[in-house]
Design a protein around this ligand. Sequence first.
Ligand code: CTP
Length: 409
Amino acid sequence: MLSGKNLLLIISGGIAAYKVLEVIRRLRDRGMMIRAVLTEGGAQFVTPLSVAALTENRVYQDLFSLTDEAEMGHIRLSREADLVLVAPASADLIARMASGMANDLATTALLATNKPVLIAPAMNVEMWNHAATRANIATLESRGVMRIGPASGDLACGEFGSGRLSEPADIIAAVTDFFTARTAAKPLAGKRAIVTSGPTHEPIDPVRYIANRSSGKQGHAIAVALAAAGAEVTLISGPVALPDPSGMAVRHVETAREMMVAVQDSLPADIAVCAAAVADWRVASSAGQKLKKDESGQMPDLRFAENPDILAALGAPGPNRPALVIGFAAETENLLAHARAKLVRKGCDWILANDVTAESGTFGGDHNQIHLIRQDRPQDDDVWPRQDKKAVADHLVAQIIAHFAGTKP
Ligand code: CTP
């Protein structure tokens, strides 16, 4: 599994750095090619000579060393790896990664890399529990950085708790798991998918707009699950507070009309999932200047125009129609009847009907309760349990995989 794979290993400062020598030895035994970057702090704990001897490669230490830049620039160093492993990842390096600094070779390579990153933190328990470290870890994880450990136990500083560098065997298992998952079957490989997500904002004037409570959590989770199954995903998102998921193209739009253009630009596709809560109406002629109160007591006279229906456009017959068009039906009453009517009206293959009354907590919340209605099996009432939005996304993608495989889930 690891043979011939390239690892960029970044060793930062910490007493646990000595354990990384064992990690290098065992990864080399498994045939991994390792290039190491030793930070200034790391070099206080292990010598460049021992790292070079074990990796059987030169060790990179200095961002400004001309020989390094001539032989292999930091960009290439960060790009030629299949995986970047930071072990030990000190509190300081984690903080610099989270804030996007590039003030030494390690952080510059981490900022320049477009490869997956796995960190193995090691530090004192209070440093690990500090709100700053918690926030930095959350930031890195939201960007897709993977983590192993820290483990708990006796710490070098004499205290006890979470903060120990994971054991070499566990770090090696995490590296192996990464490559196993990556080479696992990708059942949607070769399929292109478009996912719309989030609300749209329809301007009233330059400072005001009409919006809705959609958070984008469900659409984004579906895009992530499709990408994990190997699909080539374009996520078209209205304004949301979520970070862009990695591993896909993300297009940001504001209005329904912009969303429609982005969807059409992203065709052809095999799969379209419309999870966006698109505003049905926009203000017919939004004001070029801020609407002002005058003394007359007269209210502004807002007139509405209908927005294009993106799902209906995707579902309409034609050469560009995706093979599987999936919509949502957000309803507050007569869920199934309204959802079935919507399925027919919008020409889609599947509708995921969900109750969005205030009590259901669906809109903006973390959970969803879905009834899947299929155009080819109208009487099947496929009711999913109430589950979190990631589980809903995984469930949907499992059904999509079964659909393309021609099996009945
Ligand atoms: N949708 C869309 N473009 C629109 C309106 C809705 O693509 N202009 C999609 C949504 O992404 C969703 C589905 O249509 O997949 C149903 O959205 P919903 O808001 O439930 O339905 P509406 O079309 O707005 O119908 P109604 O307001 O009558 O419930």
